[in-house]
Ligand binder design. Structure first.
Ligand code: DX5
Ligand code: ZN
Length: 222
């Protein structure tokens, strides 16, 4: 895992898909740390996006940066393996979408890929009692998954604070990511609660100057 303290991960869900390779290159040039790659299957969530072929296309286009794949799909395991083959650096999935969470994590890590678990606003953190130390990242959703451009759900901040305590108590190098409704204001709240990795889709891609936007967002991290 990178040692850099805070990470900004633009979600390509809000990018121009007709121009995706260049959009990703532009946002990396503008100072983004990771690329957040949202995968939706019209089953686990009511929307449909992109699969492993698009991840491979970004690699073939020349993108060498860290690709943070957020699977909003059920089932998880087969497509997770396809994403590993297609150049993903980290794969996160929702525990309720896997019948055997520990097995799904192990299958990702065995291939040398990093693994994360994602928690919706109404999903309990209980599973972390058993698998936290196997993870490279915990992702707290601050909206219900499925769409960009939604409003930040403030109760997610309590969850971030709880996971921050758990990670610190574990002594492990586990990143704490937040996803949904991140903007100038909510990035400060999330970082104060303990997040260190920030997904932002519309707040970045819906602006004209990615560099200004990313540096302004970074300046709001406390
Ligand atoms: C929602 C996705 C998010 C989304 C965030 O299901 O997981 O990554 O793209 O978009 P914004 O930043 O617009 O809320
Ligand atoms: Zn996401």
């Amino acid at each position: 895992m990178e040692t850099k303290k805070n990470i900004i991960a633009p979600s390509i869900l809000a990018a121009d898909f007709a121009n995706l390779g260049q959009e990703v290159a532009n946002v990396i040039d503008a100072g983004a740390d990771w690329i957040h790659f949202d995968v939706m299957d019209n089953h686990y969530v009511p929307n449909l996006t992109i699969g492993p072929m698009v991840c491979r296309s970004l690699r073939d286009f020349g993108i060498k940066d860290f690709i943070d794949v957020h699977l909003m799909i059920d089932p998880v395991d087969d497509l997770a393996q396809e994403f590993i083959k297609s150049g993903a650096d980290l794969i996160s999935f929702h525990p309720e979408a896997s019948n055997h969470v520990h097995r799904s994590i192990s299958a990702i890590k065995e291939k040398g890929c990093k693994a994360g678990l994602v928690f919706n606003p109404a999903t309990s953190l209980n599973v972390l009692d058993n698998v936290l130390e196997d993870l490279d990242l915990v992702l707290i959703m601050s909206v219900n998954p499925g769409f960009g451009g939604q409003s930040f759900i403030h109760s997610s901040l309590d969850k971030v604070a709880k996971v921050r305590q758990m990670i610190d108590a574990s002594g492990k190098d586990i990143r704490l990511e937040i996803d949904g409704g991140i903007n100038d204001e909510t990035i400060s709240l999330a970082s104060a609660a303990g997040a260190d990795t920030f997904v932002a889709g519309s707040a970045i891609f819906n602006t004209d100057n990615y560099e200004q936007t990313i540096s302004r967002l970074r300046s709001k991290i406390v």
